[in-house]
Design a protein around this ligand. Structure first.
Ligand code: SF4
Length: 315
């Protein structure tokens, strides 16, 4: 698979663009995820024309519509940043991004819970960085995260699963539009979708069942929106256990009573969070290979991202 293009706050790559001339290198992003990703760096403060080093700044007043103001000289940089950001997001349309990783807590780049100071100088953690807000409004379906949240294994798994899924969907978009391509993509992603949202699994199943009744453009747009919406919802041990039992059903004829008992036990141990997801998935993969199950071989759920990322190894 060719590399996934992701936007990223430049300082996370180790470039010295911060107000103090430093950086915020994140080794997981550069060394581990970086093997599968081509980053498109964006530093809003430098790219809107501010120097390095520069006066530090923060957000002030209304958390819904704050001002970006420097701390010492009280320069209001809001209009400068907004004007630049609005042009930047239009330029970024050409980059075919599958997501963005923001620097947490930054008044320019933070995607949530950024401090906004009221008139008494008291902070509330309810703001969104100036650039991050405009980016997320412009690309509402793109997966976004910040490096702080990506330290949580579940959020990391969810984000990476979404960027890989979006990359596969983009591959479908590169081909000539056809109903068959959407059906084929959906068939391979069915169980992945089920593991996130049984409701979307039903809705998308109905959508795909009536592909012939929908204009192609509408089908593609609706499918893409539902896909990203479904994968945004978190999986859980209960939802995954449901999918694993569904997978087990494909081997009713082949497995001995003892093998069935063992697999059920492993799934139950996973559901109770004694063992990680990789354990039942590996056992099922073994049966898929052994019994050459053609439908399951194609299921992205069994292999949604590279094993080396170890995303299913946590309990
Ligand atoms: S947080 Fe954003 S604005 Fe600040 S240095 Fe990093 S990329 Fe630049």
């Amino acid at each position: 698979m060719e590399k996934i293009r992701l936007g990223i706050s430049t300082c996370l790559l180790g470039q010295n663009v911060r107000y103090d001339g430093g950086h915020k290198l994140d080794r997981f992003l550069t060394d581990t995820l970086g093997q599968y990703v081509e980053y498109v760096p964006v530093c809003p403060e430098v790219e809107c024309g501010l120097p390095i080093p520069r006066e530090s700044m923060h957000l002030e007043w209304d958390p819904e519509s704050p001002r970006l103001v420097t701390l010492r000289t009280k320069q209001d940089l809001t209009d400068r940043m907004v004007n630049w950001a609005q042009k930047c997001v239009v330029e970024l349309e050409k980059e075919e991004l599958c997501g963005f990783i923001f620097k947490s807590d930054s008044p320019s780049s933070g995607m949530e819970r950024v401090r906004v100071y009221n008139e008494k100088g008291m902070p509330v953690k309810k703001g969104v960085g100036m650039f991050a807000r405009i980016f997320m409004q412009h690309f509402p379906l793109l997966p976004v995260e910040d490096e702080g949240r990506l330290r949580d294994p579940k959020l990391r798994d969810n984000f990476i699963e979404r960027i890989f899924a979006l990359k596969r969907w983009r591959k479908v978009l590169e081909r000539k539009e056809s109903r068959g391509n959407v059906v084929d993509f959906h068939t391979r992603h069915k169980l992945l979708i089920l593991s996130h949202s049984p409701r979307h699994y039903q809705t998308m199943g109905k959508l795909v069942a009536k592909v012939k009744d929908l204009p192609l453009k509408e089908l593609y747009q609706t499918y893409q929106a539902l896909l990203m919406e479904s994968l945004y919802l978190k999986t859980s041990p209960k939802k995954n256990a449901n999918v694993l039992q569904h997978l087990m059903g494909y081997f009713k004829e082949q497995l001995s009573p003892d093998e069935k008992k063992e697999l059920l036990e492993v799934i139950d141990h996973y559901r109770q969070e004694y063992i990680p997801l990789v354990v039942p998935v590996t056992l099922i993969q073994h049966y898929v290979r052994k019994y050459d199950q053609p439908y399951l071989k194609e299921q992205i759920y069994l292999n949604p991202h590279p094993l080396e990322l170890q995303l299913r190894n946590h309990v």
